[in-house]
Structure formats: C-alpha cells, structure tokens
Design a protein around this ligand. Structure first.
Ligand code: F3S
Ligand code: F3S
Length: 105
C-alpha cells in the first residue's frame, strides 16, 4: 500500500483524490488516509501531491514511520467502505494525528 505522512497534516491539498482509480483516499479532519486493503498500488497519487506527503510503504522516511500505523488504523472503525466519495469526510483522525499541535503552517 501507499501511505500518507506528516506533510499532509493541516494541508489537505486533495490533488491525490482526483488521481486514485479506486477512490481509496479518505478524508479525516486534519489529513487524508489511504485504505491499505483498497489501494491497488497504482502509484498515481504519489507524484501529484504538492508537498510530497505520499510514499510507497517501504519508502516512508524513518521520521514518519508511525504514519504507516496511522493510515492502517484510521480504518479500524470504518472497515472497508468501498469508496471515499460515498463515505464523505470524517470528523476524526488517528490519535497520533489528533494529538499533534498545528502542523505545516
Ligand atoms: Fe494530502 Fe497531498 Fe493528498 S497534501 S490530501 S496527500 S495531495
Ligand atoms: Fe490510489 Fe494511490 Fe493506491 S492512487 S490505488 S491510493 S497508490
């Protein structure tokens, strides 16, 4: 799967959403999250993010390694919604992100 990391927090450009062929990039309150089971590893999202927040799972910089768990566990309560558009933005974040002071301002 691909992973969204810290540069997205409080930025949420959303350019990635338009590129994803399976609509598996979901909006939280402060960042977006890629569904690890719905992502088909097409990689289309990665180059379009203007702040370079998206990485293949094996290429996540060490300083942002915990964002792997944040992307995966964001979906603990959501399951496999089968599409971000129909689910809509969520008024919550993974606890790691929710606890951060304002980022990337
Ligand atoms: Fe975030 Fe970049 Fe997408 S800022 S919403 S990962 S285009
Ligand atoms: Fe979509 Fe990016 Fe995966 S475009 S299928 S989230 S690699």
């Amino acid at each position: 799967t691909y992973i969204i990391a810290q540069p997205c927090v409080d930025v949420k450009d959303r350019a990635c959403v338009d590129e994803c062929p399976v609509d598996c990039i979901y909006e939280g309150d402060r960042m977006l999250y890629i569904h690890p089971e719905e992502c088909v590893d097409c990689g289309a999202c990665e180059p379009v993010c203007p702040v370079e927040a998206i990485f293949y799972e094996d290429d996540v910089p060490q300083e942002w390694a915990e964002y792997y768990d944040a992307n995966v566990h964001f979906f603990d309560a959501l399951g496999m919604p089968g599409g971000a558009a129909k689910l809509g933005p969520q008024k919550m974040d993974h606890p790691l992100i929710a606890a951060l002071p304002p980022q990337n301002q």
